[in-house]
Design a protein around this ligand. Structure first.
Ligand SMILES: C[S@@+](CC[C@H](N)C(=O)[O-])C[C@H]1O[C@@H](n2cnc3c(N)ncnc32)[C@H](O)[C@@H]1O
Length: 305
């Protein structure tokens, strides 16, 4: 057993490696032999896995706002906008753990280790994630690591980007006349991988609104395979980039043209693709894009993003 000296509550009863093995590889994954959990009794720290929403700071929940205000340490990734930190204490520790594309990205195991370490130092830790922590945010893995280490934690939902992008683009994801189901999918995975988790053809005949996260790189393949599964080529489709922020852009087309048109128009991540009859309603319900273009209305008075 390792120790941080003789001062309780910092008595470590399992290393980060041991916790990780327990969670991912170990024979007793997810179970306690009493040793790891013993530590929790000595720790006063806690980790809050908090959804920061899609970008507009006014879409933060009241609970998220309070936790950010009270945090000793904030561990955040690239989709968290700087304006979100306005509520934080000036001396709160800020730890950046990830950037998009080929930039710096802290390995998941190190992020989990950092959360455990900070909590064991007795800190109130906010793990801040774009959107909602449990929607394509690895919040589940982090919660599992905390549970395995006996660290008290809570999950604070956030407005996930598909909901926010659709709302700000004027696309009602369900509509009595057009769609009675919604599916959230990740387009991140290479759709041509033989063991890919998503069989896109299956979603071509669902009749549901499809919301694709991280789908820009593979959009051509995704839309082609949806059509191969029976989705009519003239089905409306929208791409909404940097939704709710000052860089918000949107494009509405059809499923057979959206990949090409969005590429020509220079759309890229972060973007949500909404596919289904409801996307066409943006034509009459879009309300935010013009406010961004003119800097008017609601945008003029809100905190800068
Ligand atoms: C790793 S996932 C994180 C999703 C996040 N947990 C959520 O609930 O929205 C990152 C993807 O979320 C989407 N995304 C996040 N913020 C967005 C925004 N402001 N506008 C459009 N899409 C966004 C994009 O598809 C982006 O590639």
């Amino acid at each position: 057993m390792k120790s941080f000296g003789n001062d309780p509550p910092y008595r470590q009863v399992a290393s980060i490696d041991e916790v990780f093995e327990r969670q991912h590889d170990g024979p007793a994954a997810g179970q306690s032999d009493g040793r790891i959990f013993e530590f929790g009794a000595f720790s006063e720290g806690k980790v809050s896995l908090v959804g920061a929403g899609p970008g507009d700071p006014e879409l933060l929940t009241l609970k998220a706002h309070r936790l950010i205000r009270e945090a000793d340490a904030i561990v955040y990734d690239y989709l968290v906008r700087p304006a979100i930190f306005k509520a934080a204490r000036p001396n709160a520790e800020r730890i950046f753990v990830g950037k998009k594309g080929g930039g710096f990205c802290c390995p998941q195991r190190d992020i989990e280790g950092t959360l455990i370490r900070l909590a064991r130092e007795g800190k109130k830790v906010v793990r801040l994630k774009g959107g909602d922590p449990f929607i394509f945010g690895r919040g589940g893995e982090e919660a599992e690591a905390l549970a395995a280490a006996g660290i008290p934690f809570e999950i604070v939902p956030g407005v996930t980007s598909a909901l926010a992008a659709a709302a700000y683009a004027g696309v009602p994801l369900t509509h009595r006349e057009h769609a009675s189901a919604v599916v959230f999918l990740t387009g991140h995975e290479d759709p041509n991988k033989p063991d890919a988790a998503i069989h896109w053809e299956d979603y071509g005949c669902l009749g549901a609104t499809l919301c694709v996260y991280m789908g820009m790189k593979n959009l051509e393949t995704i839309t082609r395979r949806l059509q191969a599964g029976g989705l009519p080529p003239e089905t409306p489709a929208a791409v909404i980039q940097s939704a709710t922020t000052n860089e918000h852009r949107q494009l509405v087309s059809t499923v057979d043209r959206i990949a090409l048109e969005s590429e020509h128009a220079g759309f890229g991540a972060p973007a949500i693709v909404v596919i289904g009859a409801v996307a066409a309603l943006s034509g009459k319900l879009a309300w935010f894009e013009s406010a961004v273009a003119t800097g008017a209305g609601e945008l003029a008075s809100r905190p800068s993003l």
